[in-house]
Design a protein around this ligand. Sequence first.
Ligand code: KIV
Length: 278
Amino acid sequence: MYSSVQDLSNASPVTVKTLREMRDKGEKIACLTAYDASFAQAQDLAGVDVVLVGDSLGMVIQGDNTTVSVSTDDIAYHARAVSKGLHRAFVMADMPFMSYATLDLAIANATQLMQQGRANMIKLEGGEQQAEIVEYLSTRGIPVCAHVGLCPQLIHKLGGFKVQGREDAAAEQMLRDARALTDAGADLLLVECVPAALGRELTEQSPVPVIGIGAGNAVDGQILVMHDLLNVLPGQKPRFVRDFSAPGRSVREAFGAYVAAVKDGSYPAADEQFFAET
Ligand code: KIV
């Protein structure tokens, strides 16, 4: 039973081990993005397990059309603020565009996010070509989340945001990518915008928890950009976004409603998932 405010006074901080145990027990992992201490605290009190300081901040905070302009300093600044708002939730910080183009850059920037940003884990985008970097960071004690499927940092190569892995060859490549990344030491996989059946396959083959955004409901947890869930921005919503704001509902209650819907499996519903033909 989830209410909008959890009693966290005795709650231990979420760790990589907690996330693995949640997966093993079949407890869904509720994740959200946040960019400052106040919203992070509201999410923490609502029972959010993982808070991502995403490079989506380029779009929802800085007003750009893509995430490409975000710097490591930007993420470190926001991650530090977010971490101050949290008591229980785990903090994940995005490695921005080109901040992991070489092993030296990757280790320097990941260290900055963990030391200045106080992140518990870093996230980077890409497939099996990133396995060397994942291994390099992971073997040096940096927990890594590998982001596959739609990778927004590749927007200028992809030419737009669209569902990935629809064709058999692309789906097989994504399964290979995910295997290479977890073999290299990734502790978490994040899968964005893929058909629900592929989200299920990725989860079934994965030795680590899989968090989805537009990846169906068979994954181990869900993540949304906070502004989407609160329906802050006008315009067309992606199919997988549910508006958890409601008249008379506080922000913290909206976060609580999201956590409850993730935990009981009612989010995402069928019309919030991609299928072969949709
Ligand atoms: O930057 C971000 O907010 C993300 C989410 C879309 C998962 O990577």
